[in-house]
Ligand binder design. Structure first.
Ligand SMILES: Nc1ncnc2c1ncn2[C@@H]1O[C@H](COP(=O)(O)OP(=O)(O)O)[C@@H](O)[C@H]1O
Ligand SMILES: [Mg+2]
Length: 225
């Protein structure tokens, strides 16, 4: 589903990604662990097209976002990016919008979907996430775990093939880690691929099919740890 080859990224003089090779297969859960500053978030941002890489190849579902450092035209780039969902560490929900409004915003604006259709999809996802009764709540009225599930729902409604998570449990009470792990496992059983960054080894071991460790711009097979 995702193939990354020899990905390199510099910020000024500092080499942050020094040639990353990574594959995530359909329905597979790949976890990257490693110390802060190692380049994990930068890798996710490059894969999601939020940051341009300097060299390398990024391929999603047999379509290239970037080939040997060359980016495709804007339309292909945008279409390919739509195959990926990203959930940030801090959830990034719109505080002035209800749970429902948070979910239907992108389908309406990006996919130009009709509001009634988007609401139907949102209700299905909220019920899958166990959040039916929070549909009209605002983010400030939710617990950390509920906010995290809304953030996941907001990515899911765009029906991505690959979901990327940056530190999905770092803002949660430890007791909620298992809940998010189970949710991620259920999604992968439906064939969705997952790329997860975390500090939490316990969580990594709960969900991962494969663990990599990232340090100083390099990715290593984590099974040696
Ligand atoms: N936009 C940016 N401009 C300059 N340097 C950056 C930028 N984003 C990240 N960095 C640097 O890249 C390195 C890797 O950061 P990051 O990818 O956030 O690591 P991690 O997520 O593993 O903690 C850090 O040294 C950070 O300071
Ligand atoms: Mg980070």
């Amino acid at each position: 589903m995702l193939k990354v080859k020899d990905l390199k990224k510099n910020f000024g003089d500092s080499e942050v990604l020094k040639g990353i090779d990574l594959e995530v297969n359909k329905g597979e859960i790949v976890v990257i662990v490693g110390p802060s500053g190692g380049g994990k978030t930068t890798l996710l941002r490059c894969i999601n097209g939020l940051e341009y890489c300097d060299n390398g190849t990024i391929e999603i579902n047999n379509k290239f976002i970037c080939e040997n450092g060359n980016y495709k035209d804007k339309k292909t780039f945008r279409e390919t990016r739509m195959e990926i969902g990203l959930v940030f560490q801090s959830f990034n929900l719109f505080p002035h919008m209800s749970v429902l409004e948070n979910l239907i915003e992108a389908p309406k604006r990006v996919l130009k979907q009709k509001e009634e259709e988007a609401i139907k999809d949102a209700k299905k996802i909220l019920s899958f996430l166990g959040l039916e009764d929070k549909i009209n709540s605002y983010p400030c009225e939710l617990s950390g775990g509920q906010r995290q599930r809304v953030a996941i729902g907001r990515a899911l409604i765009l029906n991505p093939r690959l979901m990327c998570f940056d530190e999905p449990t770092s803002a949660l009470d430890p007791g909620l880690t298992g809940e998010i792990a189970e949710l991620i496992r259920n999604l992968s059983k439906k064939g969705m691929s997952m790329l997860i960054i975390t500090h939490d080894m316990n969580f990594a071991e709960m969900v991962a099919d494969k663990i990599y460790s990232m340090d100083n711009g390099f990715l290593q097979d984590g099974s040696i740890f």
